[in-house]
Design a protein around this ligand. Structure first.
Ligand code: ADE
Length: 267
């Protein structure tokens, strides 16, 4: 149950967001996912098929899947594999590139950056919880020069989703992005300062590209590891990847069903 004070705040946030984003009905949804292991269970549960021939042509390494779900056109784009090492193209550089090309190709009404993340226990995160973003920031871009300091943080608001959060019982918070699985003391100070609930490697870059197109964006991040816990992230990540991917496989179709055919103001 949302307290009446929170309801007022939610309304204010929605009004602010709709001042800069047209209140469109959602008919075309773009999901962006860095890792194949995160993406394929969702491709299956949404009933999508690989786009053949490729909609986003080489040399872009990303690959797309499309289909219809709950009356909406759904596209899922994976960041592809690194040419040099063969591993998934995680991180902000492939995220910005993929987001730009996919928004240009599919012209979505909304973008969802989805995948796994580290969660902050201090913000209520447990393994395999799914968080919806309220905002996206960077924690590893430190440029202490006037103007560039704010650019470095690169904060964007997520489309407000109070009804979605309530309907599906999802946790919500700030998603913070950086290009490392671990963190420095300075990264941690910034994550705490920005009240981060989850830490991952793509969302702020996706938000930057989406903003160029004026396209609304939010994140759905499934927790594989506890950032403010006592175990190395890589250990917990590998242990919980399957469980976190299963949570996304179940929840992402429910999210698509909720947002399809609704206006931004109804999320
Ligand atoms: N993806 C999953 N866990 C993560 C973490 N702790 N940091 C960055 N990206 C992640």
């Amino acid at each position: 149950v949302v307290a009446s004070g929170d309801e007022g705040l939610a309304e204010q946030q929605q009004e602010k967001y709709l001042a800069t984003h047209a209140d469109r009905t959602i008919r075309t949804i773009l999901l962006l996912v860095a890792m194949e292991a995160e993406a394929m269970p969702m491709v299956q549960s949404l009933g999508l098929s690989a786009d053949d021939p490729a909609v986003i042509p080489p040399p872009a390494p990303c690959h797309s899947f499309s289909g219809e779900h709950a009356g909406a056109q759904v596209h899922l784009v994976c960041f592809g594999k690194c040419k040099a090492t063969g591993v998934d193209n995680v991180g902000t550089v492939p995220a910005a590139l993929t987001a730009y090309l996919a928004i240009q190709a599919f012209k979505p009404n909304i973008v969802i950056s989805t995948g796994t993340a580290g969660g902050f226990r201090s913000r209520g995160a447990s393994i395999a919880d799914i968080f919806v973003s309220t905002a996206m920031v960077n924690h590893d871009r430190r440029i202490p020069i006037p103007g560039f300091d704010k650019y470095g943080v690169g904060a964007f608001d997520a489309v407000p989703t109070p009804h979605l959060q309530q309907a599906l019982g999802l946790k919500a918070g700030v998603v913070t992005s950086g290009n490392s699985l671990d963190y420095t003391a300075e990264d941690m100070a910034r994550m705490v300062e920005h009240e981060a609930a989850v830490k991952e490697m793509e969302a702020a870059a996706v938000a930057w590209s989406a903003d160029l197109f004026g396209c609304p964006v939010f994140c759905l991040k499934s927790v594989t590891d506890i950032v403010d816990g006592d175990r190395p992230a890589q250990e917990e990540f590998l242990e919980n990847l399957h469980k976190a991917a299963e949570a996304l496989q179940h929840t992402v179709p429910r999210v698509v069903e909720f947002i399809a055919g609704r206006r931004l103001s109804e999320l």
